[in-house]
Design a protein around this ligand. Sequence first.
Ligand code: BES
Ligand code: ZN
Ligand code: ZN
Length: 387
Amino acid sequence: MVTFGARAVDPTHFAAFVEGFQLAGYRFGKYKSEGEAPAEVTELVLVAADPPAEKTLTALWESIEITLAGVTLARDLVNEPAAVKTPTYLATLAKQLGKEAGIEVEVWDPKRIAAEKLAGLMAVARGSNEEPRFLRLRYQGEGAKRRVALVGKGITFDSGGLSLKPAKSMETMKCDMAGAAAVLGIMTALGSLKLAVDVEAFIPITENLPGGKAQKPGDVIRFRNGKTVEVLNTDAEGRLILADALTLAADSKPDAIIDLATLTGACMVALGNQVAGLFANDQALADRLLAASSETGEPLWQLPLVADYKDDIKSAVADLKNIGGGHAGSITAALFLQEFVGTTPWVHLDIAGPAFLEKGLPYTPKGGTGFGVRTLLRYLTTLAASA
Ligand code: BES
Ligand code: ZN
Ligand code: ZN
């Protein structure tokens, strides 16, 4: 419960304070015997010289609660062990969330995935005994004039596949579905925020494991848009499943595509774990996201899509290869993705750093952070208001 004191502060400052307070109180206590319970706020009294109307504050509080629920969902899903959050588990959960939030959710099983020629998702999933799933979610806001496609990387565990990661690097790889988790958090929030936008989400989900049927370095994949890719490193799996999702997103002809992906270790080397990399083929769209990010305090830093580096992803036997030349790994990964969006305005957010923290920050406890949920909801809110 929040009690508004006789005096309050600027409503936006109030909102930021309450939001930060709640974000900081998050704990993932589910598997603790003693229970490290979240520091739940039961009462918060603010006192200030010139109080805004209680109606304004109540409306703000409602939107904060919805946003926080989206962030908490994303954090919980990222923190959940991979043994639990299998592709089928996430699909079932999405269905249930969709029902509660009034969002359409379509789940594609392996048969449908094959029929839709989602070659990247099939290739990555071959190494695992868990079946992959592809999710399509849709929120159609009343009076919407803009349509945005969201794409989230959903690798529920990234072992690297046959290009196996060292044990240490694997410790945090349950986080490799943080893009998918953020998109699910955003979509459920949209159901309650009632924004005048049309948002469609495309979420490929699979494990990346080195089972007996796993794809092998040197294999060639043919994608649904006809492009062929030589897989030289099975640990660069994110771009393979995103290629499918981005192609579908572009086919639906939205005004903008935004993808969120824990895509490269190279982005962490460049920007650390507090800043995500932003890549764009459209500066106006990039600027909108950068503006939203500066309001929410989820830092984004734009990196260039250096056209000359496209040579690094050329293959001797196929149209493309799935790794670059060793330098600028987050740029060559983004250039690979760009091959699948055509001319649709597109932003790629490489959230490998800030999606998961091994050491907590003041209002982001360690583990899953829900990075991107607040910024994209801010972007969509502004877009709905301006369109
Ligand atoms: N999921 C990883 C990227 C990652 C690293 C996310 C650290 C979060 C924290 C991705 O699939 C990956 O393994 N990328 C490789 C690409 C390389 C093989 C070209 C990487 O970054 O090393
Ligand atoms: Zn990988
Ligand atoms: Zn990965």
